[in-house]
Design a protein around this ligand. Structure first.
Ligand SMILES: CC(C)(COP(=O)(O)OP(=O)(O)OC[C@H]1O[C@@H](n2cnc3c(N)ncnc32)[C@H](O)[C@@H]1OP(=O)(O)O)[C@@H](O)C(=O)NCCC(=O)NCCS
Length: 172
């Protein structure tokens, strides 16, 4: 990528962006991203608890990916059969606040959808109905609302179930 293009997306020159598997020593950095995000502060999900949850998920064999641009700048937690026991479900995605809108979330979504395509070709995720920025991000990628769940995570808050077909169904 040309230097001008790297600067235009806020990427320091010479620094590669990779999406790679989570290692136990990424837990604190991923937790800090969640701890710095008001959405999760409101439901009491802090840095330490997130670090513990992600480390445990990776230990169980669930897929946790990090986007690394010289440091951990985001992560995605994916349960390959987390939707209805058969389709890929994106449990959590976050990019560190000062690196948002630079395409890192898109890289994580590409990885999620690749996994979903190799499962049964359906990708699912949930988003809070007040999280307009994230909804815009998902809808632009082709996700559509297929359900609404009032009070599913927090009382008085509605969660939207979003779905995208990402490949031909590969099994029944
Ligand atoms: C949603 C999120 C993962 C997207 O990652 P990203 O690296 O910013 O995504 P990209 O750069 O690939 O795409 C940017 C788009 O994401 C959307 N977006 C969502 N939340 C955003 C935020 N807080 N800041 C900037 N853009 C955001 C916008 O539509 C933006 O498009 P724009 O730049 O044209 O305004 C990231 O913004 C984030 O961590 N948000 C807070 C946590 C969250 O809401 N997670 C999803 C819960 S369901």
């Amino acid at each position: 990528m040309a230097v001008e293009a790297r600067m235009a997306i806020g990427l320091p020159c010479g620094m590669a962006v990779v999406v790679r598997p989570f290692h136990a020593n990424d837990a604190a950095a991923c937790g800090a991203i969640v701890g710095a995000t008001p959405l999760w502060q409101r439901i009491g999900l802090g840095a330490e608890r997130t670090a513990t949850l992600l480390a445990a998920a990776a230990e169980r064999g669930e897929t946790v990916l990090v986007v690394d641009d010289g440091g951990v700048s985001g992560f995605a937690w994916i349960d390959a059969h987390g939707a209805f026991g058969r389709s890929a479900y994106l449990r959590m995605i976050a990019v560190t606040p000062d690196r948002r809108s630079a395409g890192l979330g898109a890289r994580l979504m590409d990885a999620f959808e690749t996994i979903a395509a190799t499962e049964d070709g359906h990708a699912f995720l949930m988003v809070t109905d007040t999280n307009a920025d994230a909804q815009r991000f998902y809808r632009r990628r082709g996700y559509v609302e297929v359900g609404r769940m009032p009070g599913y995570v927090s009382p008085d808050v509605v969660e939207l179930l979003l779905w995208k077909r990402v490949g031909a169904p590969s099994r029944t």
